[in-house]
Structure formats: structure tokens, C-alpha cells
Write a protein that binds this ligand. Structure first.
Ligand SMILES: Nc1ncnc2c1ncn2[C@@H]1O[C@H](COP(=O)(O)OP(=O)(O)OP(=O)(O)O)[C@@H](O)[C@H]1O
Length: 695
């Protein structure tokens, strides 16, 4: 090879190196420019944020990403709307299309996910202090754009929109607790090591961290806040702030974000915040998944009440959570697949009566328990929901929750009755509620792809029967960790029971028991517990959870009246309502009158009408405040609570043993009665009135 050729080659190599170096330095310079632009935009944003002190916000600038020393968070804000993570973005191009952020043609989903992950990490760090994930919000602020949108739970804002957005956030932290939250945030996310700490309550009297550099207080009025008054008025109309929306017990908070790989279970006595955990978790999951979350309870009217609460917890989330009762869900599942379900409990009951009358072995059953209702319960709660294949399967069955022993001939007779009932139903072309649940489960198993739920949260699980739980388990199948069961065996008020294993479920290692009662006063709870006694009940096949609770509140002792007849109790009830209302006219809606039987609830409604006391049936109650006394059965009041509960027409002793009723059936019935009383009494937050009828 010639020497000239090698020099030329060398010169080209040098030229290439120089070019490479040049482009490298250009890249470096561009990076530096970008960095400068970004920090300039952060500084600008800092200027925009500074006057927020007037709205009660504290601004922490340039903080460490919790748990990391290198990654930073541009701004953390703590104020009436909770904790807010702000990320400044200096993008030249920006558009919001198809529910996603775009920078030019590129979707920037990852940027959104990163910010949400940051909120999750912050949430985990704050969990032990009690601050809930729902109280943490995130926004990207695009310093070069005017935008106001929400993308996957993250706000996309222009600098001028920030203050209005913050002012519109629902109230999450009372003034008196802001300092506590701020301290927790400061600890979870300290200042970046290189930058001087810039933490302070801006321009406020209670300054924190005297040594910290403060974001300068701008004196000019807030820009872009023409609608601020409107925003503040909107917030004032939001309804009162409730503690549980922002602060949870660490034991509750852990459960909101916990990453279980299979079905999980939350238990605990009345008033320990189980539903609150279920709601927080449903909201948390709904924000993270495209598919909806299913929130199911047994009592028909609860879904609307819970939907209202979830909306208050996270405005707009109702669209992503389907709140429903289990039967309404089954109905919808079948309808979605073109079915025309038509369960008819009245005609199903008539079918049972025909089967009972014609049952050749009625005498055997009569000898065990003469009440037809006992045998109808056996079919509805024990036999039918289990899809037992034949008599042999029934013979081998452990009848959870049933105390009266049922041996060979008894089982045979009950099975015959069941077959006769099914034949009567078929002949009359009638379906009962179990048919509805069983058919819905079949439908979900045949067409699982038609029902994509991110998670299934079940409240008051102890009241479902096996068919109901199996349907819900089928809907959650295929998404590990998506089924959450919430309930309390001591509040089960329906006959029969089942074990989780029968539904093919195991919650081993994925359970929690809550033990702080936030609802009742010590006096109310003591009264409720005295009725329950040390009676214990197997809880979905598991040993009962501990009764031990810490009670936070105290109040007056329950008021007890005793009348010779119902009229006396009526008179005392009206007198109490009238005098209490005159003394404290805060509103009729503080009172609920709960009865064991619906006929008694009707009697109370008539009584209140006669005495001009406004009332509302619990069957129509949707959680919307109205100045009326609520009236309904204890079963209808499950899951609800009221400041003052009146329980009229109580008997001084438990229900008596019926004619021919075996002792075991009686025990089972009395235990159920005790649990129902416990449920009724524990609906009272502050006060309880008990109206006994002698004899
Ligand atoms: N961390 C909390 N801080 C303050 N209040 C709370 C908290 N958790 C729950 N509460 C309040 O306690 C009451 C009971 O909560 P919740 O209804 O969730 O209990 P529960 O265990 O589901 O009750 P039950 O089983 O009796 O229906 C509610 O008023 C709720 O707002």
C-alpha cells in the first residue's frame, strides 16, 4: 500500500473524529440548553406558584424522589386540596388526543406513567403517617402551552391554569392538619442534595424550616384566576370534609395499595373502616386500569350510597367503578348476552309451598323442624347454591352455619323436597334468585372475554350465598389479585353459610383484620356487644377474627324505655324525637328508626306521618342528604350509619322457641337474632334509643 494513501486516510479519520467531536459537543450544548430551559421554566413556574400561599398552599421546590437520591421532583405542594406533585415540562410541541399526551406524533404515555408511579411511591412513603394515596394528585405543567386536561388520572395544565385547578381540588386537609402533612411530605421527599433546600410555607404566619430558603413571595395578584372565586365556591359546595378521605390508619392504608397475587380478605368488627378501605382500594385500582372496577354489595340500595362516597373521594371516578348489588349484576350479565332473566320470588315461593304440601316425606321433615321456612332456607342457602349433583353429594356435605343435625332420612327427605321444588319451578316456568346467580356464573364461564374487570371488590361478603360468591370469583378469574372480599362474620344475618374453599378460593397469607372502631361511642359499642355476648361464628370457613377493638369515641349511655305495649313505645319514640329536635334543631336526618320486620317499619312511617315528622324509607335512600328521619329494617341499614339510632319494639328476651322447634334450630335462630341486633345497634354513631315491649 502507497504512503500517500495512508496520509489521506489518516486525514479523513481526523476529519471524522472532529465531526464526531463537534456533534458530540453540539449534543452536549443542546442538552445544556434544554437543561437551562427546563430550569428556567421551573423557576417561572415557581413564580406562578409563589402566591398560592394566599390559598393556604405550601410549595416545596426541587425535592428528592422518595427513596432516590438522584431523581428529583420539581414541586411538591401541600395545602387544602391535599398533596400535589407538579412536574414542569418545557415541551415545544404538545397536544392531547385520544386520551393521551402527544409530543408531535409521539405518544408520551410513559411520562404520565412515571408521574403516577412517583405518586404511588410517595403514597407508600406517606402510608405509615396515615395520608392516603387518594389525597395525592399529580399535574404536568406545560410552561409553553395553555392546556387544561386530565390524562390517566394526571392533570395536564398550562401555568395559568395551575392555581384554578388547585383551588378546585376537593377539600382534603383541614388547616389544623396541614402542618402535620407537610412534615410527613418533607420527610418522605427531602431537598435535592445539590440544591439549597427551598421549603417554606410561603408568606404565611406559621413558617416551617426557618433555615430553608423560601420561594420568593410574589406580590402581584394571581394571574389567570378570573374564575378563582367560582372555584372556591364550587369547593365550598362539595360537602364537609371527612377524615377518612385523607387519613387512614396505617393498617388500613397498607391495604389500599397492597399488591396481592391472589384473592385477599379484609375483616374486622363493625365500624372498623372496612368499607372505607374497600372504597379507597377500588378508586386506587380504577385510576390505574383501563378496565372498570366492580364494587358489589348485597344490600340493594348501598351501591348508590357508595358511589356517592367514591365520587366525593375522587370526583369523576364513578365512571370507572361499577357499583352494583349482586342480583342486579347477575341480571345485567345475562341481559348483556341476550338473555331475558325474569326471577320472580313471589311465584317461586308459591312453587315452594306447592312442593311442601305435596312432599311425601313431609312427616320426616316435620319431625326435625316443623317450620316450612326452615326447609326453604335449606334449599335456598344450602342445597341449591352448591349445584349438588345428587343425593350422595348432599349426604356428604358439611352444612356450614346450620346447627340442627340432619342425618340419613332427613337429608333424603330434604333432597326430595328440593327436587319437587325444582319440578314446580320448571312446570310454572319460574326462576328464583339462585337460578339468576347460577345462570350468570355459567354465562361468565362460557364468555369470559365479554366481562373484563380490572378488579372485583365485594363488601358485606358474609351475606352472599355460595352462588353469589362463585359468580364474583368467575368475574375476577384470570386477573390474579383482583378479588377483594370485605366483611364480618359476626354481622351475617342470613341462614346458612359456606367456606371460601367451596368457592375454590384461598386467601392464605392475604388477609387483614382491622381493629380500630371509628364509628361508635364506647357506650353504643358496649351495648351492642352485650347482646352479641361471646357468641362466635365461623367466618366463611375460617375461625372468627378477633373481637378486640380500640374505640376512639365516648358519648351518652343508651336510653332505654320499657312499655306495656307498642303504643307506649310509640309515644316515647315520638316524644324523644320531638324534644330532641326542639332542643337541637340541627335536622331530622340525624335520626334513623330501625326495626326487625318491614311491617314494623311501615307502622313507624305511619306514626311519624301522623305526628308531622318528615321521614324517608331506607328503601329509597341513596345517600343524598335530606332533612328526614330514616326508617327501615335493620337488614336494609347494613353498611350504613346514622348519628342517632332508635330501635323500637324490642323484646326483653331473645325470640322464644317455637312449637316443636328443635333446640339446635332455636339456637341458630337466636344467634342470628343476636347478630341482627348487633348490626342494628352498631349503626349508631353517637346515640342509641332502645324501646322494649314487655312480654
Ligand atoms: N381512618 C379513618 N379515620 C376516620 N374515620 C374513619 C376511618 N376509617 C373509617 N372511618 C369512619 O368510620 C365509620 C365506619 O367505617 P366503615 O363503614 O368503613 O366501617 P365498616 O367496618 O365497613 O363497618 P360495618 O361493618 O359496621 O358496616 C365511618 O364513619 C367512616 O367514615
Amino acid at each position: 500500500m502507497a504512503a500517500g494513501g495512508s496520509a489521506l486516510r489518516r486525514s479523513r479519520e481526523l476529519e471524522e473524529d472532529a465531526e464526531a467531536l463537534f456533534s458530540l459537543s453540539e449534543l452536549k450544548r443542546e442538552e445544556a440548553r434544554r437543561y437551562l430551559r427546563a430550569s428556567a421554566s421551573e423557576a417561572e413556574l415557581g413564580g406562578v406558584l409563589a402566591p398560592l400561599a394566599e390559598l393556604g398552599w405550601h410549595v416545596l421546590e426541587d425535592r428528592q424522589w422518595p427513596g432516590s437520591r438522584r431523581a428529583n421532583v420539581d414541586f411538591l405542594l401541600v395545602g387544602p386540596g391535599g398533596v400535589v406533585v407538579l412536574d414542569a415540562k418545557d415541551w415545544a410541541e404538545l397536544s392531547v388526543r385520544d386520551g393521551a399526551l402527544h409530543r408531535g406524533e409521539a405518544r408520551e404515555d410513559e411520562e404520565v406513567a412515571k408521574l403516577r408511579a412517583l405518586c404511588d411511591t410517595l403514597g407508600e412513603h406517606l402510608a405509615p403517617t396515615g395520608v392516603t394515596r387518594a389525597a395525592i394528585r399529580a399535574a404536568m405543567v406545560f410552561t409553553r402551552h395553555a392546556v387544561s386536561a386530565e390524562v390517566d388520572g394526571v392533570a395536564a395544565l398550562g401555568p395559568r391554569d395551575v392555581a384554578g385547578w388547585l383551588a378546585r381540588l376537593p377539600l382534603r386537609v383541614e388547616d389544623s392538619r396541614v402542618a402535620e402533612v407537610l412534615a410527613a411530605v418533607e420527610e418522605a421527599s427531602p431537598p435535592m442534595p445539590a440544591a439549597p433546600p427551598a421549603s417554606a410555607r410561603v408568606g404565611a404566619s406559621t413558617r416551617r424550616g426557618a433555615a430553608a430558603a423560601e420561594v420568593p413571595v410574589a406580590q402581584e395578584p394571581l394571574e389567570g384566576l378570573e374564575d378563582l372565586t367560582e372555584a372556591l365556591v364550587e369547593r365550598a359546595l362539595d360537602g364537609p370534609l371527612e377524615d377518612w378521605m385523607t387519613f387512614l390508619h396505617p393498617a388500613q392504608n397498607r391495604l389500599v395499595q397492597v399488591g396481592w397475587t391472589g384473592p385477599g380478605r379484609v375483616r374486622g368488627p363493625a365500624g372498623t373502616g372496612k368499607t372505607v378501605v374497600a372504597l379507597h382500594r377500588a378508586v386506587h385500582l380504577a385510576e390505574r386500569h383501563d378496565e372498570p372496577v366492580l364494587f358489589v354489595s348485597f344490600v340493594k340500595t348501598l351501591p348508590q350510597v357508595f358511589e356517592g362516597l367514591a365520587e366525593r373521594l375522587r370526583p369523576g371516578i364513578g365512571e370507572k367503578i361499577e357499583f352494583t348489588g349482586v342480583h342486579a349484576l347477575a341480571y345485567r350479565v345475562l341481559q348483556d348476552l341476550g338473555g331475558q332473566p325474569a326471577p320472580d320470588p313471589r311465584r317461586a315461593f308459591a312453587a315452594f309451598r306447592r312442593a311442601w304440601r305435596a312432599c311425601p316425606q313431609q312427616e320426616v321433615l316435620h319431625g326435625i323442624d316443623p317450620r316450612p321456612t326452615y326447609w326453604q332456607e335449606e334449599i335456598d342457602h344450602v342445597i341449591k347454591p352448591r349445584r349438588l349433583a345428587d343425593l350422595d353429594a348432599y349426604r356428604e356435605l358439611r352444612r356450614h352455619g346450620r346447627v340442627t343435625p340432619l342425618r340419613g332420612a332427613g337429608r333424603e327427605a330434604a333432597w326430595e323436597l328440593y327436587l319437587a321444588y325444582e319440578a314446580e319451578l320448571a312446570q310454572a316456568g319460574v326462576q328464583d334468585f339462585n337460578d339468576l346467580l347460577l345462570q350468570a356464573e355459567d354465562a361468565v364461564e362460557r364468555f369470559p372475554e365479554a366481562f373484563g374487570y380490572a378488579a372485583v371488590v365485594v363488601d358485606e361478603v358474609q351475606d352472599l350465598n355460595l352462588a353469589g360468591l362463585r359468580l364474583l370469583a368467575a368475574l375476577a378469574e384470570g386477573t390474579p389479585g383482583s378479588l377483594l372480599l370485605v366483611g364480618d362474620g359476626r354481622q351475617s344475618v342470613y341462614p346458612g353459610g359456606f367456606s371460601l374453599a367451596e368457592a375454590g378460593l384461598s386467601v392464605a397469607g392475604r388477609g387483614a383484620v382491622l381493629s380500630t372502631n371509628y364509628r361508635n361511642t364506647r357506650q353504643v359499642l358496649a351495648c351492642a356487644q352485650s347482646v352479641l355476648g361471646d357468641h362466635d361464628v365461623e367466618d366463611l370457613g375460617e375461625a372468627p377474627a378477633s373481637h378486640e377493638v380500640e374505640v376512639l369515641r365516648t358519648g351518652p349511655a343508651p336510653l332505654v324505655v320499657q312499655g306495656a305495649g307498642r303504643e307506649d313505645v310509640d309515644a316515647a319514640l315520638i316524644s324523644l324525637l320531638r324534644t330532641s329536635h326542639e332542643r337541637d334543631p340541627r335536622g331530622w336526618d340525624r335520626y334513623a328508626v330501625l326495626t326487625e320486620r318491614s311491617a314494623d317499619a311501615e307502622r313507624i312511617t305511619r306514626l311519624l306521618r301522623e305526628h308531622d315528622v318528615p321521614s324517608l324509607q331506607l328503601t329509597s335512600y341513596r345517600g343524598v342528604p335530606s332533612d328526614k328521619v330514616k326508617v327501615g329494617t335493620i337488614k336494609r341499614a347494613k353498611g350504613l350509619e346514622f348519628p342517632y339510632v332508635l330501635l323500637p319494639y324490642l323484646s326483653l328476651t331473645p325470640p322464644e322457641r317455637g312449637d316443636g322447634e328443635p333446640e339446635e334450630s332455636h339456637t341458630e335462630r337466636v344467634d342470628r337474632w343476636r347478630r341482627e341486633m348487633y348490626v342494628g345497634m352498631t349503626r349508631a354513631r353517637d346515640g342509641l334509643w332502645l324501646g322494649y315491649v314487655e312480654g
